[in-house]
Design a protein around this ligand. Structure first.
Ligand code: HEM
Length: 433
């Protein structure tokens, strides 16, 4: 039997993560939130354990698998350090598992140390992965293009967020008092999420989409000048939103808030510059089934950015200086609506799936209904406590969508489906095994 392609192994590990310590645990957390009638009704260490599993395990492993498999052929190069190719997978899985236990099981004094061990493994995984790709690109004869700029920015954020997360988790777990814990949370959690969501997930999605959507879906390309401009805007936006937030928290000077808003404007502008030329609202030339997910994913990205820009309006209308519900709703729109839906769409392009189109329709419906319910109910919870009574259902719908998708993908991942005969013409046929 032929060896499983590299990305199949990474995708299988990502699916195992999301269906256990990722989304499944998220559903349990959301039920607890619903029963408690407040978002602070669950342990912050549990929430953060779920967060790291989703970002590093679900999103991170998927990104690693896709990049190690697809980037070397499009750079016309052989992956540097091929014999290490499964090490990032093992280290990341072990890191996620160790941190999940260390952060959620009461282990006394050894908990923080164990979490640190998990973070060290995650750091090793991301540094090796990023190093292998950087060296592969360096040895190729390719010229730097905008899509690669996005990819390298995402790689830097991947390693950077693991470092920040390891330090943040240590400080949270070692906090001597509730005040110290809340101060750490209020100052560093938002920049960490910025680095993970806008830095890693958004930049990688935009980079991959610029290079792979034209051949896979037949969409128009983003002109290079727009790509560079978009990259500059998003890079600056990312810097402003993360650094100025810490400045605002430490100084207490709300004038930094204006710079934060400028950061979000730049993120939205940069994304629009890159995405609009694809005209995703039109039917695509090929692979319509995957295109439906990708189209809706970018719609959710747009919505999350609009919601971010409207944050000051929401604060003014609601009279709340900080709405956990509104902020959480934005984050869910981007992590589930955009990032997870991109993963579902892209996976059906690069893993052979039987042509039973109907089997993916329920996934599309369940995932988007679940996400819509979660986002709308989470915001409603600021206005009526009744929203908490039904919010748990949204998580069950999303988890069911992921379960059905995993069941559709699994035969292909295990090599039981014949490879599709058509592949995008300009993607080389040689793939890393
Ligand atoms: C079935 C789907 C999911 C459910 C039911 C779920 C549930 C939850 C709940 C209840 C919380 C704590 C409350 C809140 O802050 O809103 C939370 C937080 C979080 N979730 Fe999820 N989640 C899901 C999917 C995801 C995915 C796909 C990602 C990432 C790709 C993700 C990343 C996060 C992060 C990073 C946090 C921590 C947020 C913070 O900084 O406070 N979640 N999730």
């Amino acid at each position: 039997m032929l060896e499983q392609p590299l990305h199949h192994r990474y995708f299988t590990a990502a699916i195992a993560t999301v269906l256990t310590v990722g989304a499944a645990w998220g559903v349990w957390l959301l039920w607890q939130v619903g029963v408690a009638g407040r978002f602070t009704g669950v342990s912050i260490q549990d929430v953060n354990a779920h967060g790291q599993a989703q970002i590093d395990g679900w999103v991170g492993l998927f990104i690693m698998g896709f990049a190690l498999q697809m980037f070397p052929p499009v750079w016309h190069a052989r992956l540097v350090g091929r014999r290490w190719r499964l090490v990032p997978l093992g280290a990341m899985l072990a890191g996620v598992a160790i941190r999940s236990v260390a952060m959620s099981v009461p282990l006394g004094g050894s908990g923080p140390l164990l979490a640190l061990v998990g973070s060290a493994l995650q750091l090793g995984a991301t540094a090796l992965f990023a190093g292998m790709l950087a060296l592969t690109f360096h040895r190729s004869l390719e010229r730097l293009q905008p899509w690669m700029g996005f990819v390298f920015l995402a790689l830097a954020c991947f390693v950077g967020q693991v470092l920040l997360d390891g330090w943040h988790t240590w400080r949270m777990m070692m906090a001597p008092s509730r005040e110290v814990l809340l101060a750490q949370l209020a100052t560093f959690q938002a920049p960490l999420r910025d680095l993970q969501i806008h830095g890693l997930a958004l930049c990688m999605s935009l980079g991959v989409s610029q290079r792979f959507l034209p051949p896979f879906l037949g969409t128009p390309e983003t002109p290079a000048s727009r790509g560079w401009l978009g990259l500059g805007a998003i890079g600056a936006g990312l810097l402003l939103e993360s650094v100025l937030f810490v400045a605002l928290r430490i100084s207490g000077d709300h004038r930094w808030g204006a710079g934060l808003l400028l950061g979000w404007v730049l993120l939205a502008l940069g994304s629009a510059l890159v995405v609009l030329p694809w005209k995703l609202w039109r039917p695509t030339e090929r692979n319509g089934r995957s295109a439906s997910f990708i189209r809706l994913a970018y719609a959710w990205l747009g919505l999350s950015l609009v919601m971010l820009l409207l944050l000051p309006v929401y604060q003014a209308v609601s009279g709340l200086p900080f709405s956990h519900a509104y902020y959480g709703a934005i984050r869910h729109a981007v992590t589930v609506g955009f990032v997870s839906q991109m993963i579902v769409g892209v996976s059906t392009l690069v893993v052979p799936v039987t042509p039973r189109t109907a089997t993916l329709r329920p996934v599309l419906l369940l995932l988007n209904t679940g996400c819509f319910l979660r986002v709308s109910l989470q915001i409603s919870s600021d206005w009526t406590p009744r929203a908490f009574r039904v919010i748990g259902v949204s998580g069950v719908l999303e988890l069911t969508a992921l379960l059905v998708w995993a069941a559709v993908l699994l035969p292909g991942l295990l090599g039981r489906v014949k490879r599709p005969e058509l592949s995008p013409e300009d993607l080389p046929r040689t793939t890393e095994r």
